[in-house]
Design a protein around this ligand. Sequence first.
Ligand code: ADP
Ligand code: MG
Length: 378
Amino acid sequence: MAKRTIAALDARGKRVLVRVDFNVPIETPPDMPAVVADDSRIRAALPTIAALRENGAIVVLCSHLGRPKGADRKLSLALVAKRAAELLGVPVPLAHDCVGPETARRVRELEPGEVLMLENVRFHPGEEQNDPAFAALLADGFDAYVNDAFGAAHRAHASTEGVAHLLPAYAGLLLDKEVRVLTALLESPARPFVAVIGGAKVSTKIDVLKSLVAKADVLAIGGGMANTFLAATGMDIKASLGEPDREADARAILAAATARGAEVLLPVDMRWSGDRILDIGEETERQFAAHIAAAGTVFWNGPMGLFEQPDYAHGTEAIARAMAGSSAVTVVGGGESVQALVQLGLADRMTHVSTGGGAALELIEGKKLPGVEAIPNA
Ligand code: ADP
Ligand code: MG
């Protein structure tokens, strides 16, 4: 079910609390000031902020950063506000607390089109506790709430869920697109639907595998998790990363595929370092790429090998290139998978690259996201 979006919000003159996911990596090079190492999450929220400003809203941005235990200057959003101001081309001052009388005064004094950033919402324990009293403090002084923080939508926190029950709530453009693309993937994929799954372990992806084996026409399995599947089929994986206690799960996935006539592709050759499998091999790359080329839809999560080491990045690069060259609808989700894609400079060549690692996988697993559920349907 589609959610009510900002297209349905008459924003003129309204004070709008906008939850964004500006939980970006901050790096402090030796003897240099700290910098935002990757601003893609800030960029991803720009269309929503721009649309609200164009419609005359007063935009107040709210985000978390990291996992502070109480107020922690190292996890201030000051640098993030500065980067947002550069990208938006307007001042984005930072209020030094996300709630309280001083912040309320600043919010009251803003004019239409102006933007204010609130300090890290996780400085208050009420945020992660989804404390109704804290949610009420956040909502105070606002006319509407917009959630564009897809990357935090799997958390039922005060700023992602609680506040949506206290103000008229709308989906931002990013959150709306993420939900539409990922839901369509499961409900009405152009076929054949090829799912390429990798990453380190079966155990962290078991629900993703179960969901996809029930939907996809082809399940191509690589990465460390393929070792457990190979071991389950009798291969000696020697000292490779494997999970013996997950071999039964692997066999159950293979049986589920057979039962509905879906094809499972396991690596037929691998790149080894000593007695460890660290990447898929060339013939496997060719087979996976051929299915990707012929697909109607491709969903990819999880690197095909230890891609952080250039010697074992080949399989991951082969998948990314095959997807970039395919005419299929191509969707990528997952922290390291997206990182690999960005490193290769191929993110722009995909139909959709999800900004939500954990949130995207939970949607693929068929779970409901509290931050999405709290927004009224369109
Ligand atoms: P994502 O964040 O995209 O969901 P995961 O977190 O599941 O992906 O897995 C990513 C990690 O898996 C990477 O750090 C990568 O190095 C590791 N990995 C992939 N293949 C192997 C392998 N054969 N052996 C060890 N680690 C691997
Ligand atoms: Mg990961």
